[in-house]
Write a protein that binds this ligand. Structure first.
Ligand code: GTP
Ligand code: MG
Length: 139
C-alpha cells in the first residue's frame, strides 16, 4: 500500500552520543512500527551514493565525510501517512529552525550533524530502504 512506509537513519552524531534508544522511543511512541533496523557504517563512497542528489552542493564532500564518520542506524518504518508525519516528527534540517519537541530540536548538534534522516517522498522511501535492506517482500 502506497504511503504507509518511510525510511530513516540515525546519524553518527546521535548514535555516537548514545541517543539511539531515546530517539527510537520517540519514534515508536509517535505510532511508527519498525519493519527493519540495523547498526552499520557507510564508507565515504557509499555515503556519496546515498546523497547523490546533493552532489553539486557545496557541503557534499563534508556531508559524505560526516556520514561515514561513525555508526548509523537505518530503519524502515510503517504508519499511515508515514513520509509526511515522519518529516514533521524530525523537524527542519537546521536545528535552530526545528520546532520545539521535534527530534532535531531535541538532539541535533548542527545543520550537518542533525541527528536523523527522513525520506522526502514515497518514491525515495522505497529507493532508500532498498539501499540498506534486501528481502523486504518478506516483511
Ligand atoms: P535528510 O533527511 O538527511 O535528507 O535531511 P533534509 O531532507 O532535512 O535536508 P537535505 O536533504 O536538504 O540535506 C541532506 C543533509 O545534508 C542534511 O540533513 C544535513 O546533514 C546536510 N546539510 C544540508 N544543508 C547543509 C548545509 O547548508 N551545510 C552543511 N554542512 N550540511 C548540510
Ligand atoms: Mg533530504
Amino acid at each position: 500500500m502506497a504511503g504507509n512506509r518511510t525510511f530513516t537513519m540515525l546519524k553518527p552524531d546521535a548514535v555516537g552520543a548514545s541517543k539511539s534508544g531515546a530517539i527510537i522511543k520517540i519514534i515508536e511512541e509517535a505510532g511508527f512500527r519498525i519493519i527493519a533496523m540495523k547498526k552499520t557504517m557507510l564508507t565515504p563512497e557509499r555515503a556519496g551514493e546515498f546523497y547523490t542528489v546533493h552532489k553539486d552542493r557545496p557541503f557534499y564532500k563534508d556531508l559524505c565525510r560526516y556520514m561515514s564518520s561513525g555508526f548509523i542506524v537505518p530503519m524502515i518504518l510503517e504508519k499511515e501517512n508515514a513520509v509526511e508525519d515522519f518529516r514533521k516528527l524530525i523537524g527542519a534540517t537546521d536545528p535552530a529552525k526545528a520546532a520545539p519537541g521535534t527530534i532535531r530540536n531535541l538532539f541535533a548538534k548542527s545543520i550537518e550533524a542533525n541527528a536523523i534522516h527522513g525520506s522526502d517522498s514515497d518514491e525515495n522511501a522505497i529507493i532508500e530502504g532498498n539501499f540498506f535492506f534486501s528481502n523486504l517482500e518478506r516483511f
